[in-house]
Design a protein around this ligand. Structure first.
Ligand code: KMT
Ligand code: NI
Length: 248
């Protein structure tokens, strides 16, 4: 389901349904500039990612689904491993969302206000200079069902998508190397990044509630480019980096 009235709920139908009202105070944090190059090219932070046992459950899902909020596992289930997710450029950290608390909604939320040292370190290492906090729940988001449908349109962005789940749960679906849907069940304490250019979509699960921090490098641009957009530079970059056979 890639078309339909839900793409028109905004005046700009090519933008995410939760937009920043005003973007103030987006001064960049220290982006580590001028400091030593990390040893490994891909190592963007010194904070170790979660061990495999802490990664979210993930599985292959059918091409078409009736109920986007259902788990939609194949019969029998086809699990997807953390290694397969990392091979698609996904990164994952387990955070302490119990000790550190966050408002239900803050647009924006200044990432410099972070008290959690792990969040501070990831923020600084990766240059996350903007954040906001939203709650996708029928009581907290006007036009809830339409927005939930809009999040489920397959799209890419021209930047990394960074989500820290502060409460509740939901599904991020990403396309596998062979273009099947992989469903990733994220929940409280999960910080996941999707690489620029990966085809993906989001939905709440049957609990209908997720509280999330959205982070961004620089002034936020949430613009989704709906599939197909294979000629988009971010898509081409993703295909080259993660999908094409690497020559030694
Ligand atoms: C997204 O990318 O679709 C969202 O930000 C949805 C709410 S945050 C999990
Ligand atoms: Ni997205």
């Amino acid at each position: 389901m890639r078309t339909g009235p839900i793409s028109h709920i905004n005046s700009n139908n090519n933008s995410h349904p939760i937009e920043m009202t005003e973007i103030k105070d987006t001064k960049p944090v220290d982006t580590n500039e001028g400091s030593e190059e990390p040893e490994k090219k891909k190592m963007k932070t010194s904070v170790p990612e979660a061990p495999d046992s802490d990664w979210p459950a993930a599985w292959v899902m059918p091409d078409e689904v009736e109920d986007q909020k259902a788990s939609n596992k194949l019969e029998p289930n086809v699990p997807v491993t953390p290694e397969q997710m990392r091979d698609l450029g996904i990164a994952f950290w387990k955070m302490d969302a119990e000790t550190f608390t966050y408002p239900t909604k803050a647009i924006p939320w200044d990432p410099k206000d972070a008290l959690d040292p792990k969040l501070v370190q990831i923020r600084d290492d990766r240059g996350y200079s903007y954040a906001d906090i939203i709650t996708v729940h029928p009581d907290h988001l006007p036009g809830y069902e339409d927005k939930v449908k809009a999040f489920f349109e397959e799209h890419i962005h021209d930047a990394e998508e960074i989500r820290y789940i502060l409460g509740g749960s939901g599904y991020f679906d990403v396309r596998s190397k062979d273009d099947k849907w992989i469903r990733v069940h994220i929940k409280k304490g999960d910080l996941m990044t999707l690489p620029e250019g990966i085809y993906h979509r989001f939905t709440v699960d049957e609990a209908d509630s997720i509280h999330a921090m959205r982070l961004f490098i620089g002034a936020p641009v949430w613009t989704p480019f709906n599939r197909p957009c294979d000629e988009h530079p971010s898509r081409k970059k993703f295909v080259e980096e993660f999908l094409e056979e690497k020559k030694e």
